[in-house]
Write a protein that binds this ligand. Sequence first.
Ligand code: Q9C
Ligand code: ZN
Length: 673
Amino acid sequence: MGTALVYHEDMTAPRLLWDDPECQIECPERLTAALDLLRQCGLEQRCTRLSTREASEAELGLVHSLEYVALVRGTQALGEAELQALSGQYDAVYFHPSTYHCARLAAGAALQLVDAVLAGTVRNGLALVRPPGHHSQRAAASGFCVFNNVAIAAQHAKQKHGLHRILIVDWDIHHGQGIQYIFEDDPSVLYFSWHRYEHGRFWPFLRESDADVVGRGQGRGFTVNLPWNQVGMGNAEYLAAFLHVLLPLAFEFGPELVLVAAGFDSAIGDPEGQMQATPECFAHLTHLLQVLAGGRVCAVLEGGYHLESLAQSVCMTVQALLGDPAPPLLRPMVPCQSALVSIQRVRAAQAPHWTSLQENDSAPLLGPRTRSPDERPPPQLPGGPVCEAAVAVPSCPLGQLCLCPIPPVRTAAALTTPVASLILPPGVLLQEGSASMEKTEAWARLHRSLAQDEALMALGKLLNLLDGILDGQVGSGVVAIPAPAATATLDVVIQQSLSLRTERVLCVVLGQLDRPLDLADDGRTLWLHIRGQEASALSMFQVSMPLPGTTGGFLSCILGLVLPLAYGFQPDMALMVLGPAHGLEVPQAALLATLLRGPAGGRVLALVEEGSAVQLAGVLASVLQGQAPPSLGPFVSASAEDSQALKYLRRQLGARWGMLQVEAEADWGCLPP
Ligand code: Q9C
Ligand code: ZN
């Protein structure tokens, strides 16, 4: 199932006919720049092109008043002076004779996209539209927006497709107050927006954009505002917002559809946003959203006024929708204090409405399952944690868009079972070849457990696949390993990986498996064991955590610990090791593999002990190829013990791994603005 691109060239028609410095940035070139770069990168050609239709007046009526629709209809016949006079009645709006037609096309494009995704014709898609929509209200245009494209699409999905839960993610840098007003009392639509706020001193200057505004009546807790109070927020801050605010709530909500109000004025170089997130960040955000709603993600363009930055960010979004791995983000990944204050405030405001944000404060912090690590000070993270968003914003270092080379083989599997070919999804290469006997035996001499024929054969295949990944011929892989040789095999894989061009390897280990004894604690491997009897950190690169017993506990472990560490570490490759007695259910394993693709540039090697390989290999191969993971099932809150363990590790490691933090340093929240 593919990715839709919805576009109609009529939407390049609206343009500002008089002089107005505030409105001139919303120009026709925004669409052509995005489309041109999509073509140049070969991305447009990989999408399913959908035709665009005008939304009917009844469909506009799902959100807007008939009088307002009639008023906008009337602008088609107005002359320039009348258009200018009418525009002046709204805040930051211009009308053009083509506005009514194009605003209906923009809403229609969002509807076409939602219809195609819900019909199953495509998995996901992007609508490239003008005018944008998220500021427009029941009876008012605002901020270049005429009809509220995303809100209309959400109402349509509820009424025509019978959906009960829709998530709207508004990553535009302005607050989509229009969407907020339309759904503020509606618990079937969870609206998340981050926005430049500066304590209310940034447009649209609304009190209701702040973090403590959470919705009304039945809709309390279904409006989530994350105000940024400084400019210069970047990749670390955006990812932290997703991991610590949006995704925990989204998983608990369990949406059937994700709509993105996809404004790219939140990207670097944009004159409105003044933020620092690079285009690659949008590939990661898009990748993260695809673990929700079976991957049904519909993105609809909103703002974005730096043509180059806009076009590159659009390409990154489409590439992620197509299932390609996201390019690595640049170090250091440490959110600034101002962002942490905002994150802390929104978590506190939403905690009464979401169990995943409730931290069981009643229990003692050092419970029986946690113990202190040894007293040795942890080694320094190379690069050092310095990144203050508020410090001087450098001029836009926006280079050529680097589309990472896509390996000829996306995913390969090396399995030992005779039914291997039957359990793999189409497109996954079943690897038969082996590394040379010489090489395999040389490694096997290091470990007695590798001497048996069976272990040796598995090792040969594994080494061959690993070479493919390290050479860039293969993107990711799934390998079955004989249980008795699991620790030894992992030792070989780590050593072999680190001997070749790879600087950092992330090992996420489940089940009974020991950390190889000769593994150096030198910052090149991050060993994260999700099985321990207790939460403990022997150093910043050796962490263990009990396997949580509920879906909620598992999610907070992945979102609150594994991904923050992984994004902070920025590995060249991730090993996901499911050893004997790993205890993971199939959807949990699939979710973990999917999410590890993000920080690892798509290079994930899953090592699965033979006993569960038949059950897991197919689904792991399919998510590593870019398919959406299956649902975890009903959300069940984390146990008090599991939240304690996470909180303990956050305390222990937060100073060294900034991405773990969900709170600002003590005195920051109290500083005057
Ligand atoms: N310098 C959208 O991005 N002007 N609309 C604010 C602050 C209005 C933005 C002036 C910006 C409207 C869809
Ligand atoms: Zn905007």
